[in-house]
Design a protein around this ligand. Sequence first.
Ligand code: TTP
Ligand code: MG
Length: 362
Amino acid sequence: MNSRKIIHIDMDAFFAAVEQRDHPEYRNKPLIVGGLPDSRGVVATCSYEARKFGIHSAMPSSQARRLCPQAIFVKPRFEAYKEASILIRSTLKQYTDLIEPASLDEAYLDVSQSDEFDGSATLIAKDIKSKITNQTGLTASAGISYNKFLAKIASDMDKPDGLFLITPEQGPEFVAQLAIGKFHGIGKATEAKMHALGIFNGADLKQISLLQLQQHFGKAGQHYYNISRGMDHRPVKNHRVSKSIGVEITFQKDLDCLEDILQQLQKLFTNALTKVSAKKMLARTITLKIKYHDFEQITRSRTFNVPISFDFANLDIIQTLLSTTDVRQKKVRLLGITFSSLEKQASFSDYQQLDLFNNLKT
Ligand code: TTP
Ligand code: MG
């Protein structure tokens, strides 16, 4: 079997690195981004200079200050991180379409089909790293391996500014010595459960039968069985954002009554907009599609300056769109409503980590 070539890119001390880039006075200093120490806030992340003091993400900021009184504390500037993240993603897109963003500061790439650098994933990763640094002024670490599980672990091995390869030959041995708490996807609760079962590293995990793993861990059992052998078949999935979302309906009997047509279109409007909002998207363009009984097909669009919402006077919009069609003269076989010019509803909705800031009092 030909093995895949997966690269995992993870930015170094991401929020803190953006702050140090934008504020030279913070460079080479212990810097903490998150809640301020006199609030009940927590550390979102900290510079590598601060990590030497034992400070890490999710630690109460007050504790961080005790560990390092001279540390500089700053509040997060999410828009700046989002901007950097967009720039990083556009850089990654220059290498392959098969990119799976995992958070604002990390992504998987499948470069199995890439023939750049004679197909060397390590050289591609090196090039990605230097391009990211040129374009954003930030450093990234890259992990290279034959699956996502190992690529993710590899990107953590040589941080910051790291480059680490785990080959198919090294994979199983690498996993065998790895402490169970270092397995990505095994959280604190599962780690404790594994310890109670006498599982402390990959080699211990490999000793447990698939059946037993399934009994103890349910559906995840198969995944644990696989990763203890250095195997992970999950594909790199690019959540390609659809350019449009719509619904259409073909009638058994052609419509010739304007009232019926209006009623159908209002229903389609609601159904299509429900789909848009279920995807946590907003749309500014609406397109009406009509296929007449003679199979002639037309579309009519309108774009608004603001997102189209359920409160919109949809009947007015529909009537405007219909006004330059032949619905009064010709019978209608199919109607469709599509929304486009889509954007994400909330700029950070894909970013669950930020829950940590819920109790941020400043
Ligand atoms: P990470 O990649 O986990 O951390 P990092 O980039 O700061 O440091 P490194 O990868 O070099 O170890 O997370 C990316 C960003 O996500 C981080 O800069 C801040 C944010 N974050 C939180 O807000 N809360 C958290 O608990 C974690 C882990 C990260
Ligand atoms: Mg990171």
